[in-house]
Design a protein around this ligand. Structure first.
Ligand code: MG
Length: 389
C-alpha cells in the first residue's frame, strides 16, 4: 500500500505553533523526522529529539546548542548550531520534504538553503515570500523545487488551481476570518487592548500573527505571498471575509466556475497535504459535516477600519523592497503595541508612516538591498513611535 511508505521530513521551528502541529502529523502518519530545528527552547526541543531521534538537531541559538550537546550526549543525535549549522543540516539531511515553520525574517536563509538542497519545501514561513518572494520563486524554478504552502489559504488555492490552466484563472478569492474585531468601527477599535487582540476566534497561533490577524496585516501578507506563489498580480486577488473559516480560499475561472477547498480549520491538513502531495492519505482529523455547519457567511473587508489590507496590496503592486518594508515596520509596530507603546489603531498609522518614508526601496532588487530596506523601515517605525512621546 502506498499509504504505508515511510516519508522522511525535516521540521524547522519544531517547538513553535506550526512546528508542533507538523510533528503531530509525523506522529499520526508515521513519518520519519531526520532533522529538527529550534531556536533556544532547549527543554521542549530535547523532549522532541528524544521522541523522534532525528539524525540532526539544530539549535539556532549558540548557547542553547552548547547546552543541548551536553543534554543529548547519551544519544547519537548530531547537534548543530546557528544559521550556518541549520543550512548544513538542510544540505546533509536525507529528508524529502522540509517543513519550514521558523518565524520571521530569519526564515529566509533556510528557505533558500532548502531550495538549493533540491528538497521539497513545505513553507509556513511567510516572511520568505513577503520579503523576497520573487527571488525565492525564481530560485525554486531554476532548481525544479516544489514549494507547497503550509498556510490554509494558500494550500487551498494550490489545490483549487489543479482544476484548470493558469491562463483560465480570472482571480483568486482569499478568505479571511475577519479576526476578533470583525464589524468594529474605527471608534470601537480605538479602545481595544492587547489582551482583547490576543483572543483569536478560530486559530491558535503565536502572538505576532494573532495581532496581525486582528489588524488584517496577516491577510495583507497573504496577498503578497499568493501573488508570488501563484504568479498573479494583487489586482487579481480578492479578499473575502468568511467568519466560519471553512472555505479556506478559492479560485475563480474565466467560465465563472469557482473551485474552493472546504474543511474544518486544522493546520495539520496543510502539513500532511504538502508532505503527501500529489497523493492524498487518510487523515486523523475530523471530517467536515456541512449539515451540522448549516451556513457560511461572506462579507467585504472594511478597508477603512483595517487600512493595512490596502497598504499590502500597494506593497505587492510596487514590488521590490516594499514587502520587506511592510514586514519590518509591522514587526516593530506590533511589538510596541504589545508593550503598550502604541494603540491598536496606532499599529497601522506607524506602518503607513514608515512605508511612505521607505518608498525609494521599491527598486530594491537584491537580498542585500532588501535587508537594508528592512533595517531602514525598522528605524523609521521606531522614530515614529518615539515621536509620539
Ligand atoms: Mg493563513
Amino acid at each position: 500500500m502506498r499509504d504505508t511508505i515511510m516519508k522522511t521530513i525535516a521540521v524547522l521551528g519544531a517547538t513553535g505553533s506550526v512546528g508542533t502541529q507538523a510533528l503531530d502529523v509525523a506522529r499520526a502518519r508515521g513519518y520519519c523526522v531526520d532533522l529538527m530545528s529550534a531556536h533556544r527552547n532547549v527543554r521542549a526541543a530535547e523532549a522532541l529529539a528524544r521522541e523522534f531521534s532525528p539524525t540532526f538537531l539544530c539549535m539556532t541559538d549558540e548557547a542553547a546548542a552548547a547546552d543541548m550537546r551536553v543534554r543529548l550526549a547519551d544519544t547519537s543525535i548530531e547537534v548543530l548550531s546557528g544559521e550556518a549549522g541549520l543550512r548544513e543540516g538542510i544540505a546533509r539531511s536525507c529528508a524529502e520534504t522540509v517543513v519550514h515553520a521558523i518565524l520571521g525574517a530569519a526564515g529566509l536563509s533556510p528557505t533558500l538553503a532548502t531550495i538549493d538542497s533540491g528538497k521539497r519545501l513545505a513553507l509556513a514561513n511567510k516572511e520568505s515570500l513577503v520579503i523576497a518572494g520573487d527571488i525565492v520563486m525564481a530560485r525554486a524554478r531554476a532548481k525544479g523545487v516544489d514549494i507547497l504552502p503550509v498556510d490554509s489559504e494558500h494550500c487551498a488555492i494550490f489545490q483549487s488551481l489543479l482544476s484548470g490552466k493558469r491562463e483560465q484563472v480570472r482571480r483568486l478569492l482569499l478568505t479571511a476570518s475577519g479576526g476578533p474585531f470583525f464589524g468594529y468601527s474605527r471608534e470601537q477599535l480605538a479602545a481595544v487592548s492587547a489582551e482583547d487582540t490576543l483572543r483569536h476566534p478560530t486559530w491558535q497561533m503565536g502572538r505576532k500573527i494573532t495581532v496581525d490577524s486582528a489588524t488584517l496585516m496577516n491577510k495583507g501578507f497573504e496577498i503578497l505571498e499568493a501573488a508570488h506563489l501563484f504568479s498573479v498580480p494583487a489586482t487579481a486577488i480578492e479578499v473575502v471575509v468568511h467568519r466560519e473559516s471553512i472555505l479556506h480560499s478559492a479560485v475563480e475561472y474565466i467560465d465563472n466556475t469557482v473551485i474552493g477547498e472546504f474543511s474544518l480549520p486544522d493546520m495539520r491538513m496543510c502539513v500532511q497535504y504538502a508532505v503527501d502531495y500529489p497523493d492524498r492519505c487518510a487523515s486523523h482529523g475530523e471530517p467536515l459535516d456541512l449539515v451540522r455547519l448549516g451556513r457560511m457567511t461572506f462579507f467585504a473587508p472594511d478597508r477603512e477600519a483595517f487600512p493595512l489590507l490596502t497598504l499590502a496590496e500597494r506593497a505587492s503592486t510596487l514590488g521590490g523592497g516594499m514587502g520587506a518594508v511592510l514586514n519590518a515596520a509591522d514587526e516593530v509596530a506590533v511589538d510596541a503595541f504589545l508593550h503598550g507603546h502604541l494603540t491598536f489603531l496606532g499599529i497601522a498609522d506607524c506602518v503607513q508612516s514608515a512605508f511612505e518614508d521607505c518608498l525609494p526601496y521599491r527598486s530594491a532588487a537584491t537580498l542585500e538591498e532588501r535587508m537594508e530596506a528592512d533595517r531602514y523601515a525598522r528605524d523609521r517605525a521606531r522614530i515614529y513611535i518615539e515621536s509620539l512621546g
